[in-house]
Write a new protein. Structure first.
Length: 318
């Protein structure tokens, strides 16, 4: 815990997490990092702005050539390695996957695997390829080392110690996890939903774009909903290597990455790629905190908000 933790908790003692987006702001990652490390008052205001619904795009968080390398490494692994290993073994599945359309591989020795899936839980759908990485495994693609400078800064911004959760394994409940998602061209996407676990632990979702609109696809991409339930197009402000940062209780989704010059093909690497680095509940946790579609949330929004206040009080002693 650091001084920023108290900023978050003081606000949340009498307020709920935001559900609607306000503004999209951009800042160079190097400037953001310097602010978090050296300017408490300015950082405090950015925290309060995010609690009011602002979405922050950290520009140039990782080099653009690194984004290309990550995509190519993972695609090559899937295409050349997983294609030749179709064995299915017991493993800890991704938290919210309830229906596997085609499970290509699970590795029984470690929690890294790729799956092609459609999520149907929580009243929303997601279609794409996901790759999951955990710190207790060998980092064969050096993916943690490629993003940990950004993740450490974001953890500090969220009131955490940079080492919080890093040594945790599944049995501890809350763990560090990197999820890399590939939304195939003209096919992939995720419908509008909100996630309530991350705000309880890391506070903000750290995502890193590995592709960009106008170069890898023509239209589509990430969006958020404002109070009028209109889509706020954050993809407009985002290039490969940028890191959108947001409180994940805000309703968000990904429109299909579309291109009129490409055909839909699950097996190609075309489309939209992104990293999500956050803290999640492992499969050891019973009654894990769910995500909600907009429709499901609106049916009992007060009850859901109160439930998470209780969970926040339990975690932080408010």
């Amino acid at each position: 815990m650091n001084n920023y933790q108290q900023v978050w908790l003081d606000y949340l003692e009498n307020n709920y997490f935001p559900t609607w987006a306000r503004y999209v702001k951009t800042i160079e990652y190097s400037v953001f990092k310097d602010m978090v490390n050296n300017d408490f008052e300015k950082t405090k205001q950015w925290i309060l702005d995010m609690l009011s619904g602002d979405i922050v795009i950290l520009k140039n968080a990782i080099p653009k050539d690194t984004t290309k390398q990550i995509r190519e490494d993972l695609y090559e692994y899937r295409y050349n390695v997983l294609k030749s290993d179709s064995k299915t073994n017991e493993s800890i599945l991704p938290n919210s996957i309830t229906k596997n359309l085609s499970l290509l591989s699970e590795n029984p020795d470690k929690e890294f695997y790729m799956t092609k899936y459609k999520i149907g839980g929580g009243g929303y759908d997601e279609i794409g390829h996901s790759y999951y990485f955990y710190r207790w495994n060998e980092d064969e693609f050096n993916i943690f080392s490629k993003i940990d400078d950004v993740w450490n800064t974001v953890k500090k911004f969220n009131g955490l110690d940079i080492n919080d959760y890093k040594s945790n394994k599944s049995r501890y409940g809350i763990i560090d996890r990197i999820q890399t998602i590939h939304y195939p061209i003209n096919v992939g996407g995720i419908t509008t939903h909100c996630d309530w676990l991350s705000p309880l632990t890391q506070k903000t979702n750290l995502t890193i774009s590995l592709t960009e609109r106008g170069e890898n696809f023509e239209s589509g991409g990430q969006y958020f909903l404002n109070k009028k339930e209109e889509k706020v197009d954050s993809e407009f402000y985002t290039n490969a290597g940028d890191a959108p940062l947001f409180v994940s209780s805000i309703f968000h989704g990904v429109n299909k990455p579309r291109s009129s010059n490409m055909i839909s093909d699950w097996e190609k690497m075309d489309g939209r790629w992104q990293i999500i680095a956050t803290n999640v509940q492992s499969s050891y946790v019973k009654n894990r905190v769910p995500s909600y579609s907009l429709k499901r949330y609106k049916k009992n929004s007060k009850e859901i908000a109160e439930r998470y206040r209780e969970e926040l009080e339990r975690l932080h002693g408010l």
